[in-house]
Write a protein of this length. Sequence first.
Length: 402
Amino acid sequence: MLVSASTARHLTYCTNVHAAESWEEVQALFGREIAAIKSRFSPEAPFGVGLRLGARAVRELESAGRLAATRALLAELGLYVFTLNGFPHGSFHGTRIKEAVYRPDWSETERVDYTLALVRVLAELLPAGMDGSISTVPVCFRERALDPSRVRLAAHHLARVAAELERLERERDVRIALALEPEPACLLETSDEAIRFFEEHVFRGAALDHFATATRVDPSRAEGALRRHLGVCLDACHASVEFEHPVDALTALRRAGISVPKIQVSAGLCAPANPEALRALAAFADDVYLHQAVVRCRSGAELRRFVDLPEALAAAGAFGEGAELRVHFHVPVFAATLPPFTTTRHELERLLREGELGPAHLEVETYTFGLLPPQHRQVALDEAVARELAWTKGVLDARGEP
């Protein structure tokens, strides 16, 4: 849905909340789950879709030559696709995901091939004159970045994809940006780490040289072109879990000249480190996803990071009085509290009210809805997503932009 004509800002939700791995399953969403949400939130106006396509679905979509039929189906249903979630390569529901969600990472050619397939698909589905975006993994899981050669190879691979995006823009006037999504326990966790990675490994040295050579762009203009094609997807939940205000992260990225083509509208859990809250948190630990946790002591001077929630709960006795625990578990953004917890929604709201959003694509992403404890899952999924979208639009409308 277009929420601001003056900035061409689009609002949607990510379909990774639905279990759909084959193209047949993804296509079925259009006339069923997506249609149900559209009927609640945008019954008359065209509704943009934040489509999650795993490697299997995109392969089946391309190999069967179904793109033209998909365009026609989208138009018939009043839908359009402007952004893709290219983060999970493989299955994303109903099985153990954990750290496997980051593989293949950007040091592996499989990630390049998969992303280029997403680029080809989005280039065909994107409405004429509309910019597109693809979110992707934050380079790699942190422990895999201990080898510096892996980081350099990742930068080279990103430059390869950016070169294809430059060719696409030059030859077909189709503009798509690839956006790395910082996340706890990965090479890129915070805005500072994202800025440092781009400045040290992508926008200079071998990666920049490769891009300039591959695109035949004058070296003096190559960095500007590369910055146009590669940027950051700011996930508000991830930033808040790191105790980094999302609006501050956005400001830092903008000031560093890092593009932010996509913002994921999300919130995580906040819990005081007391026995009652810690006991209740155990219900949010599951065998499917990583739920990274960060603890801040009362003084605020120290952060302790845990790769998964059970590790944090096991260490809770050492947190000290007044400590706060934040958990990477996406919760509905219309809920300010999930007793006995609060959420990071207040920081998301500040981002939406005050942030220099520009033309960023806005995507509600609460893929863990089905794993919420039953007492926090009292409405059907289509109603929950529509309420999240309505809440987000309400905050954006309050900005008073023309």
